[in-house]
Design a protein around this ligand. Structure first.
Ligand SMILES: [Zn+2]
Ligand SMILES: [Zn+2]
Length: 325
């Protein structure tokens, strides 16, 4: 009896939910919301039309007709919620939404099933690819969500590449999440916060190569056939003063991101490059796109096209790991 009862427990547990901070990048002061009903300040109201949400200090203000409802938090019970940053973008979510305010800025958090979030990452990161590569991306995304909490306060993860980028899910992305449900990459019995990136130079990098703490998994440099045959190459000229540290200290993901903030995103697309000094200018000549650690998406897609399986792709880019449910 006891054994039977224990076996039943996993099926009755709710699936893991994540709190994803959305639109945090925009620091919105106004949001437009479409939902069937909202709850704010002990009131629950049906909301047939789009609502305008604003903030005053730490108070959320929601206008419905001539009324202005105020509260510390506005909540919406899903399943379907649509949120707009005026003039920027609109996105629909499957999940519960909560909006709070801090110093006049609205903080929107969607409580989402982990599998829904995984599908949203696949939609953002690999919209078109053979099934084996899509599943590898889904498993990498799920592994990251399983292993890498704690980079934010107030919510678990943001919706940008700082954590993982999210897009509205598609049938293809949902299928990739569904067919790999619950599968997570493990190293020495712990889930791996699996990193991935767009394309490499023909060889990926270990965490140590870019002076990155790898939180339990060291990552290993591996060959990437597709990128070696046809690498994406780039050249960037940067004022000597802003790039000096990169030349002196060598490639580092932290320095690359620091420089990106100074000279603009994507000016230094990868951590695999050579440098040449000319008077007042440093010329970077590099290959690949992204930090270079973990799974190369370009290579994963090429492997899938050659008929390799999801497991073969993942064990190539994350050596010495195992996939577990
Ligand atoms: Zn983040
Ligand atoms: Zn590659």
């Amino acid at each position: 009896m006891l054994r039977a009862a224990l076996l039943l427990i996993p099926a009755t547990l709710p699936a893991a939910t994540l709190h994803i901070g959305v639109f945090d990048l925009f620091r919105p002061t106004t949001l437009l919301l479409r939902a069937a009903a909202i709850a704010i300040a002990d009131e629950r109201l049906a909301t047939p039309s789009e609502l305008t949400i604003t903030a005053a200090a730490d108070t959320v203000i929601c206008r419905i007709g001539s009324r202005a409802l105020r509260g510390r938090r506005l909540s919406v019970t899903g399943p379907r919620v649509q949120l707009t940053v005026p003039g920027k973008l609109t996105r629909a979510y499957n999940g519960n939404l909560e909006i709070t305010a801090s110093a006049g800025v609205l903080i929107a958090t969607v409580q989402m099933d982990i599998e829904e979030a995984v599908a949203a990452v696949v939609a953002a990161e690999m919209p078109h690819a053979p099934q084996a590569a899509l599943e590898a991306q889904a498993i990498a995304a799920r592994s990251y969500y399983t292993a890498s909490k704690g980079r934010h306060s107030g919510f678990d993860f943001c919706d940008t590449t700082h954590c993982q980028a999210l897009q509205q899910t598609t049938p293809v992305a949902r299928r990739a999440a569904h067919s790999s449900t619950g599968q997570v990459i493990h190293y020495q019995n712990n889930p791996v916060g699996a990193m991935y990136f767009r394309s490499c130079s023909g060889r990926t990098l270990g965490a140590i190569d870019v002076k990155l703490s790898a939180e339990g998994y060291p990552y290993f440099a591996v060959d990437c056939e597709a990128c070696r045959r046809r690498p994406h190459t780039w050249e960037t000229r940067v004022p000597e003063s802003s790039a000096e540290a990169l030349v002196v200290k060598g490639p580092s993901e932290a320095l690359r991101l620091e420089l990106a903030r100074i000279i603009g995103w994507n000016r230094l697309p990868s951590n695999t490059y050579t440098t040449e000094r000319t008077p007042g200018t440093i010329i970077f000549r590099g290959k690949g796109h992204g930090h270079g650690i973990g799974m190369c998406q370009n290579g994963a897609i090429a492997m899938a096209r050659q008929g390799l399986t999801t497991a073969q792709i993942l064990s190539h880019y994350y050596p010495h790991t195992a996939i577990r449910r």
